[in-house]
Design a protein around this ligand. Structure first.
Ligand code: PLP
Length: 349
């Protein structure tokens, strides 16, 4: 199903849903002229969602505006999330909850001797209640999702028994329509910024974990009928070929949101091979990308997501995939606090 709505018409659809205000939009769209020149590449723009202006930045603020808008409408008073100790989502969720007068329980995979750095430090400063749980392995595998939801459900039940009203952010909800609403918003905002420059992106590179960010950018781009190829750079090591599942989730979300598009597996473009050797860990090529972008543009990518998307883009430029007159946008999804948590690995490379 294709559509050609104006960006404003897509924003109008999103405007029908409850939403809280957390971040500052639009985030800057910045041309990386030095990098492009150095690589002999296409025009490269970076969409700076690391500058959402909330709790040290990140795309998740867009998602949480919708997610917690819905939670507030339902009078929820506590949020619960299970993730790793360096989760960017946890930091932004705890910050959003604080701002909205809600509490946060974070179930972190690991133990209390985890180094207090990066996001974990910020979670503590935000006053989130932290409980350590056995790591669930790959959060995005069937087994990981099952374990994740089981632990999560127990805590939600406990909170209900205490008379609390928790927001349920389980694995399904986390990649839910609200997350995609947030990143549809991001795609449309970027399209409007490019329109002002009289440009359309030929490619939009997006780091991919669970895929909610990628899915939303894909749906927003398709809803506007743009000729942009949205490229998801797979950042975790343990998942291959889940385009069917992503397409199904994207289509369901679009339907529920009333955005008249769908996604089919064969139109989703995923790039594998840039995640590195270790799950949710910096990669060698990503670390090189961090250095190169810092040294040419003074911009810091994060070690687990945007650096890998940039490493993929750099590699493809070097392989001659692009013409000089093409335009590429890369979404910087935030996550820069983890630079501190991975200091040793980043210097070792
Ligand atoms: C900074 C950052 N970028 C990208 C992602 C991946 O987003 P998604 O899980 O929606 O694919 C995450 C996920 O936690 C993240 O924290």
């Amino acid at each position: 199903m294709s559509s050609k709505l104006s960006p404003l018409a897509v924003l109008e659809i999103l405007g029908r849903y409850p939403r809280v205000s957390l971040a500052q939009f639009p985030t800057p769209l910045v041309e990386l002229r030095n990098l492009s020149e150095k690589l002999g590449g296409p025009r490269i723009f970076i969409k700076r969602d690391d500058m959402t202006g909330f709790a040290l930045g990140g795309t998740k603020a867009r998602m949480l505006e919708f997610h917690l808008g819905d939670a507030k409408r339902r009078n929820c008073d506590v949020t619960v999330l299970l993730a790793s100790a360096q989760s960017n989502y946890c930091r932004q969720l705890a910050a959003a909850a604080s701002k909205l007068g809600m509490e946060t329980v974070l179930l972190l995979g690991g133990s209390s001797d985890e180094e207090v750095q990066g996001n974990l430090l910020l979670d503590k400063l935000l006053g989130a209640e932290i409980r350590y749980v056995e790591p669930v392995g790959d959060y995005f595998s069937e087994e990981g999702i099952r374990k994740f939801n089981e632990i999560h459900r127990q805590v939600v039940k406990e909170l209900f028994h205490k008379g609390r009203r928790p927001v349920v952010i389980d694995k399904v909800h986390r990649t839910s329509i609200w997350s995609m609403a947030g990143t549809i918003h991001c795609a449309v905002e970027t399209a409007l910024q490019l329109e002002e420059l009289d440009l359309t992106a030929d490619y939009f590179y997006v780091p991919l974990g669970s895929g909610a960010t990628f899915n939303g950018v894909f749906l927003g781009t398709k809803a506007c009928g743009l000729p942009t190829e949205v490229v998801g750079v797979v950042c975790g090591t343990r998942r291959e070929g889940r385009r069917e599942a992503l397409a199904k989730r994207a289509s369901e979300a679009a339907k529920r949101l009333g955005v008249p598009v769908d996604a089919t597996a064969d139109e989703l473009v995923l790039l594998h091979g840039y995640a590195g050797d270790k799950h949710w860990w910096p990669s060698k090529e990503g670390t090189e990308a961090i250095r190169l972008v810092a040294r040419t543009e003074g911009i810091f990518l994060d070690p687990v997501y945007s650096s890998k998307a940039m490493a993929a883009l750099i590699d493809e430029i070097r392989q001659g995939h692009f013409r000089r007159d093409e335009t590429v946008v890369l979404l910087h999804t935030g996550g820069t606090p983890t630079l501190y948590a991975f200091a040793r690995q980043l210097l070792d490379e």
